[in-house]
Design a protein around this ligand. Structure first.
Ligand code: ARG
Length: 288
């Protein structure tokens, strides 16, 4: 006589799910730049309003909390000296692109930020990294994000499409071009974050129809963010494979991350949002 199947307990199921989704953090090395000279004195994206005052002490305190959170999570954070007269230098992600210990410098679209490229490149050169200048407009990790299999390259507002070929040639990694269409999400890292290997989250409406289709093909299981989360820069996040540091106002995305076994760490960077940046913009990863 067949025995009745063992009762399927809910507790077991939940535990199994948790194990399946166990996340492992990998210690990272980041470069950041304290917002000592942060200000909004020009407007090169729709978030910037030079008429609106910036509270620099608050910006510094908020940035310090991000810096502390990354360090307390076991990550190494190195600092680039801020340069007077370069108020956007706090957005370190734009400073360069570093993969396999090689550094490709940034070439900015706007004259206001142009000197930042050389300042970051010098920092890497002084520390013995092989560096190269970019020939095309290329705003570093703002527009180039590394997954396990590809480099995702944004274009439409800042980096030129020909910079994608340059990045592919320099690093020997395939670059997937993605077109950004909404000026509020003018850099790739404002609309997409790499969570782990080939796992991403993104805001579909920031991309052209074709690029949306590419993202669906490459990442069928991605977290797709709602407008409310995207508008508080919820996609401008940094993941170590387990913890995901993101703007604390992005509660919907935080819940989606938790359901997948990630640990969201909310950070308030409201002052830095006045320049059009948040967590990821303030963080450049050094991949040795
Ligand atoms: N004000 C800066 C700009 O418009 C903000 C840069 C934000 N950085 C980023 N990685 N998305 O260039």
């Amino acid at each position: 006589m067949p025995r009745p199947a063992a009762p399927h307990s809910r507790a077991t199921t939940r535990r199994e799910v948790r194990r399946m989704r166990e996340r492992v953090a990998r210690p990272r090395r980041y470069v950041m730049c304290r917002p000592e000279h942060f200000d909004v004195t020009y407007a090169i994206n729709p978030w910037m309003d030079p008429g609106k005052p910036v509270d620099r002490p608050l910006a510094l305190a908020q940035w310090d909390r991000l810096h502390t959170a990354l360090r307390e999570s076991g990550h190494c954070v190195e600092l680039v000296d801020p340069v007077p007269g370069l108020p956007d230098m706090v957005y370190a992600a734009n400073g360069a692109l570093v993969i396999d210990g090689k550094v490709l410098g940034a070439r900015f679209r706007h004259a206001e930020r142009a000197p930042e490229g050389a300042a970051y490149l010098r920092w890497f050169h002084e520390r013995g990294f092989p560096t190269a200048e970019s020939r095309s407009i290329n705003e570093g990790e703002g527009d180039f994000l590394l997954t396990g299999s590809h480099v995702l390259g944004g274009h439409g507002f800042r980096s030129e499409t020909r910079s994608h070929l340059e990045v592919q040639e320099f690093f020997g990694r395939p670059v997937i071009g993605l077109e950004l269409v909404d000026p509020d999400f003018y850099h790739l890292d404002t609309a997409l974050a790499v969570l782990d290997h080939d796992e991403v989250m993104y805001y579909p409406r920031a991309f052209s129809p074709g690029s949306r289709e590419v993202l669906r093909r490459l990442f069928p299981d991605a977290i797709e963010a709602e407008a409310a989360d995207a508008e508080v820069f919820g996609l401008n996040a940094v993941s170590d494979g387990h913890r995901v540091f993101l703007p604390e106002a992005a509660r919907g995305v935080a819940a989606q991350l938790r359901a997948r076994g990630f640990e969201p760490v909310g950070i308030d960077l409201s002052e830095l949002l006045k320049g059009g940046g948040s967590v990821k913009c303030c963080t450049l990863e050094i991949r040795a």
